[in-house]
Design a protein. Structure first.
Ligand code: FES
Ligand code: MG
Length: 571
């Protein structure tokens, strides 16, 4: 790769007034003259925040990255960006993913940065940082924060996936408030992100499979010393990447995206993967569609036995050999020549890996579950597509015809779901509208809405649920998500009515509303869409520009890249 003049020399390599200003204010941080000698400046993009508990250890982690940067002869500068905490932000952290990506993009481009380390952990912190960095396209490496230790409650392992079980048990009275409070304390026992194959772990695996983090980094638990060493090694590596001018676009090829889709199928990754990967592809300029997701994952079985599709936890995956054990099994299917952050190919990185526990990572010829990945559904109910994760669904519901029970929005759902008079039985299909990108706004994780109390009392544990929203990566059930066009766009999904028959056929990849085209057109003509519209600020911008879920729900004007060219001086 060509040697390139470092962009930071446009600041610190200058003489006269401008160079004086650029260096003098940096020197007040105790930086010596010789550090401005043209060594690579590495921006450490930190999502530490006390409001993002999953990333609470990132100030310490950044110090380990810095060790590696210094060791390789670089000059680290840590800077904060908008940090999206999944659990606290209302109405949903997803509403702000694109905003955070703008922060990241502009912060990188405007500053004297030659290479970037992205410190990512909680769900949205990974895609927002990667999206922003792609729109600049400098040498970039991701350091994920690692999963938290497995939770413990009453002598058994628990995780985020139990939240839904606990809350149903609490609603039926099987678990009292006192026990709920004990479970709360046992769930999150250490630093790190959610301990199952939820969205955060899925994102950590995604960046490793794409080749933009070091091999082996995805599954190391946050409190493990190996996580700190991985941070240091990544700091060392980014300096080499700058020297060799190995940019994101050199790594993020169409083949790299295909690899990550296959890996996501094998690990039983979150449905949120679909939306984030499409958005990232849009930024780096790789052609990728929802149909690619379906086609590429169709023949990949589920190899990893982790919740919510299986039994175990991220900690167990690490002890079994981590993502490398999965990559090794998948090598015959992957594009093994893809370049990765360390300058080596996928084949070179993973060929010699050993799996230590085939209960956790099964071999390709004896998979844990032949069903995997994310299936893309098409049909009149979702002209642009919808998704379902069959490995987290009930096998007996994958082909099913049922009567719709429709909730016009989340408030309607909350008001009526536990009504004993609600006309539903276990064969009904629950439909929740207006939880899409524009409609909610922000596309929250409410798609795996709880079942009606009267059916829970009867012992029903799953029903088909359909919405234009998302589901937590830790969630499970026969849940159809990301229906596009969303209800707020006024299409077929917006006019489903109580009692309409819906046909779900996952093997046939279809989702149909059994209502004639004439009746549907008439209903659409009569439909009045009343969106809660923001009258100012970012949310207004978001509602005006957000694209459909099938395109990754990015803002239309953010697709693509503006490059890393240094702009005019500030003085
Ligand atoms: Fe942060 Fe699950 S809430 S990763
Ligand atoms: Mg989530």
């Amino acid at each position: 790769m060509e040697q390139k003049k470092l962009r930071s020399t446009e600041w610190f390599g200058r003489s006269g007034k401008d160079g004086f200003i650029y260096r003098a204010w940096m020197k007040k941080q105790g930086i010596a003259d010789h550090e401005f000698d043209g060594r690579p400046i590495i921006g450490i993009c930190n999502t530490w925040s006390e409001l993002t508990p999953c990333n609470s250890h990132f100030r310490e982690l950044a110090e380990h990255v810095k060790r590696g940067v210094y060791e390789a002869g670089g000059f680290p500068v840590e800077f904060p960006v908008l940090s999206l905490g999944e659990t606290l932000m209302k109405p949903t952290a997803m509403l702000f993913r694109n905003l955070a990506s703008m922060d990241v993009e502009e912060a990188i481009r405007a500053n004297p940065i030659d290479g970037v380390v992205l410190l990512c952990g909680c769900d949205k912190t990974t895609p927002s940082l990667v999206m922003g960095a792609c729109s600049v396209d400098l040498p970039t490496i991701v350091v994920s924060g690692g999963p938290m230790l497995t939770g413990r409650h009453k002598g058994r392992s628990i995780s985020t996936s139990d939240i839904w079980r606990f809350s149903e048990a609490n609603r039926t009275g099987e678990m009292d408030d006192m026990e709920m409070s004990l479970a709360e304390a046992g769930m999150c026992r250490s630093d790190g992100h959610c301990a199952v194959m939820g969205t955060a772990s899925t994102m950590a695996c995604m960046v490793e499979a794409l080749g933009i983090s070091l091999p082996g980094s995805a599954a190391i638990p946050a409190p493990d010393a190996a996580r700190k060493i991985m941070a240091q090694r990544s700091g060392y590596q980014i300096v080499q990447m700058v020297k060799e001018n190995r940019k994101l676009s050199d790594i993020l090829t169409r083949e790299a995206f295909e690899n990550s889709i296959m890996v996501n199928a094998a690990i039983g990754g979150s449905t949120n993967f679909v939306i984030h990967l499409l958005a990232i592809a849009g930024r780096i300029g790789v052609e990728l569609t929802l149909d690619d997701m379906d086609k590429l994952s169709a023949n990949i079985p589920l190899l990893v036995n982790l919740q919510p599709s299986g039994q175990y936890f991220m900690e167990d995956l690490y002890y079994a050999g981590g993502l490398p054990a999965v990559m090794k099994e998948l090598l015959p299917r992957l594009h093994i020549g893809c370049l990765t952050a360390n300058g080596k190919t996928i084949a070179e990185n993973y060929d010699k890996v050993v799996c230590y526990d085939t209960n956790i990572v099964s071999p390709l010829n004896a998979p844990f579950n032949p069903l995997s990945g994310v299936v893309v559904l098409k049909g009149n109910l979702c002209a642009n597509g919808a998704v379902i994760k069959p490995s987290a669904a009930s096998a007996n519901l994958l082909q099913h015809t049922g009567k719709a029970m429709v909730f016009e929005d989340i408030d309607d759902y909350k008001q009526r779901i536990d009504d004993p008079e609600l006309e539903v039985d276990e064969h009904s299909i629950l439909v929740l509208k207006n939880v899409g990108p524009k409609g909610y706004p922000g596309m929250p994780e409410v798609g795996n809405m709880g079942l009606p109390a009267k059916l829970l009392a009867k012992g029903v544990t799953d029903m088909i649920r359909i919405s234009d929203g998302r589901m937590s990566g830790t969630g499970f059930g026969t849940v159809v998500l990301h229906v596009s066009p969303e209800a707020a766009d006024g299409g077929v999904f917006s006019v489903v009515e109580d009692g309409d028959m819906i046909v779900l056929d996952v093997p046939g990849r279809s989702l149909r509303l059994e209502v004639s085209d004439e009746v549907i057109s008439q209903r659409i003509l009569n439909k009045r869409i009343e969106l809660p519209k923001a009258d100012r600020g970012y949310v207004q911008l978001y509602q005006q520009h957000v694209q459909g879920a099938h395109l990754g729900a990015d803002l239309d004007f953010l697709r693509g890249s503006s490059g890393s060219k240094v702009t005019r001086d500030s003085h």
